[in-house]
Design a protein around this ligand. Sequence first.
Ligand code: MLT
Length: 235
Amino acid sequence: MRKIEICLSPDLIHRYSLENKIVVVVDIFRATSTMVTALGNGVNSILPVEDLETCRALKQKGYTIAGERNGLPAEGFELGNSPLSYLNGAFQGHQIAMTTTNGTLAIEKSKKGASEVLIGAFLNLQTTTDFILEHKEDVVILCAGWKGKFNLEDSLYAGALASKLSEHFDRDCDAVIGMSDLYLQHRNNLRPFLNQASHAKRLQNHHIEADIDFCLELDVFDVLGRLKNDLLVRF
Ligand code: MLT
């Protein structure tokens, strides 16, 4: 039977084998939600970049640059990390270079040996589920967390995806059992439950509530975000 695992922090990824597996990287608030929204609104591609200076320099090469640190837009960048910025095809046809506090680092750490790297969000949960069910590899869900620590929103998404796949996968991973249960307990009150999440509080302190609401919407985009030669493209 196919196997599914959840890695709750990028700092633990060295404990998992990604060889020939499908890796789903998730950063609900907000990196992967923003990436799915951008691809769903006609952005050509997204280049995830680890550091600010490398990303900033890509402007000279014709990229539209997007940067965020600690929830706030990075200085001198055209875009921060709000999914709302990409709605209505605002950046249709653009190639984006993006750097964020945790999400882009997690994507970098997910590449080693994986047969596929997908970006996951509640906004495209069913599309990601369908893709995985059409394939045969084992799956690892990598939560971006916060600076190496566990976070609630990514882990709940991991529980949601694992629950949707549960009939087809062997779940002998404690994180899968725990997070699936947590999701089933809170799937009907995600927003009030996640109000207490540390990064939700951080964003609320920056008056970015609208992003939180949007990132928790289910299946808004029938878009699969997939890494191809270091570029995130829609499939
Ligand atoms: C991250 O990468 O940590 C997040 O996307 C942060 C944010 O967008 O607020």
